[in-house]
Ligand binder design. Structure first.
Ligand code: SF4
Length: 387
């Protein structure tokens, strides 16, 4: 039983033998991918307020210093992104701002919003109007919070990070794995295509890494809703001097992720934080989002590599590189799941469920420049990258 999960209504029992089997996995036990994918996105840091104070995180600002983008700011960022050929508005957040953030709550109130989720909904609608598909990461979410925004997102996400209770999550408002698992469960219950991942090097053990991956597998087994799992190393920054996991650790944990998770879940490493070239053969098949117009606001000290660098990684791995949308192909309606690199049609996720809301489906089918941009990504599986 994962500590704290029950408290949030998530029952997951981890099989000890599966943990031991996963711990024994090495890079030679998994296959290299046959292709790599990436998405073109813009970062939209809707707010830098966060109720938590994770010791490795430079994203959050304390009360009095945290920012909240206006909808005009959101529109401007999204417009630049759409003009540059992006398809995704990646809404980054801290976790639900608590009562200490009086200015944030006063501003939301002045703008006529009851909560950050109500405001996120409006921001996602702006992104859709400007021709981008929203993918929001608003931290832990109750079912009601997620329901508020699910239909205006093509997909959503939260990093599980770890099922362990680590000191890096310490503080008066301790981040709990049970809440993250509940968020992943909520997404499954609400038919939301979902991204999650593990953070490596924050004090977790090898057993914790195995358990975290198995917990994700278990929830995906129930709902079929996980689209990708990010394997992300912690990195030094102004708040964290604990260093990063070494290459051998990253290779082993990436292989563990590939071995633990079914093929339909992509394994992603962020090339601005991890030595991607040296991890591809451990089962990585996605390089995440690249942004031609905004900084990586989560890790601003680590610039995103140019799109050409992704080409170089793919060339090094000797596999084709293709663009994807923020929602993976298998969650699209059957008539949109076109040929992949190998000429087959992607198998869909659970066909009895509507993974896309009518709003997102209409955006994909729209007879406008944005709809054409989305469909071009689906058509062109071996896209050439922009200069
Ligand atoms: S990692 Fe996420 S939850 Fe933790 S302090 Fe940073 S923004 Fe908040």
């Amino acid at each position: 039983m994962i500590p704290g999960a029950n408290e949030y209504g998530v029952e997951i029992t981890i099989d000890e033998r599966a943990v031991e089997e996963l711990r024994a996995v090495s890079p030679t036990d998994v296959d290299a991918p046959s292709a790599l994918t990436f998405a073109r996105n813009v970062f939209v840091p809707l707010t830098t307020a966060c109720r938590y104070t994770c010791t490795y995180c430079t994203y959050f600002d304390p009360p009095g210093q945290a920012s909240l983008l206006s909808l005009e700011d959101v529109r401007e960022i999204c417009r630049r992104g759409a003009d540059a050929g992006c398809t995704e508005a990646l809404f980054t957040f801290g976790d639900d701002p608590d009562d200490r953030y009086t200015e944030i709550h006063a501003q939301l109130d002045a703008w006529g919003y009851d909560s950050i989720h109500d405001y996120l909904r409006a921001a996602c609608e702006v992104a859709l109007e400007e021709g981008l598909l929203p993918h929001a990461n608003p931290g832990d979410q109750t079912r009601t919070q997620m329901e508020t925004v699910a239909d205006v997102n093509a997909s959503m996400g939260v990093m599980l990070e770890t099922t362990a209770d680590v000191d890096a999550h310490a503080g008066p408002r301790r981040k709990e794995p049970g809440q993250r698992l509940r968020t992943i469960k909520n997404a499954g219950e609400l038919d939301v295509a979902f991204t999650t991942g593990i953070l490596v090097g924050i004090g977790e053990t090898w057993r914790d890494r195995a358990e975290s991956l198995l917990a994700i597998r278990e929830l995906h087994g129930r709902y079929d809703h996980i689209q990708e799992v990010i394997v992300q190393p912690v990195v030094n920054n102004e708040r964290w001097a604990g260093g990063s996991p070494d290459l051998a650790t990253m290779r082993r944990v990436t292989a563990m992720a590939r071995a633990a998770l079914p093929d339909e879940i992509s394994i992603q490493v962020p090339p601005n934080l991890a030595p991607a070239k040296d991890l591809i053969d451990c089962g990585v098949d996605d390089l995440g989002g690249v942004s031609p117009v905004t900084d990586d606001h989560i890790n601003p000290e680590y610039a995103w590599p140019a799109l050409r660098e992704l080409e170089e990684i793919a060339a090094y791995a000797d596999v084709p590189l293709g663009e994807r949308l923020p929602v993976y192909e298998r969650f699209l309606p059957a008539d949109m799941r076109l040929d992949r690199f190998d000429g087959t049609v992607a198998e869909g996720a659970d066909g009895d469920r509507d993974w896309l809301s009518p709003t997102v489906r209409d955006a994909l089918a729209a007879d406008d420049p944005a709809g054409e941009r989305y469909r071009a990504v689906l058509r062109d599986r071996t896209t050439t990258l922009a200069d």
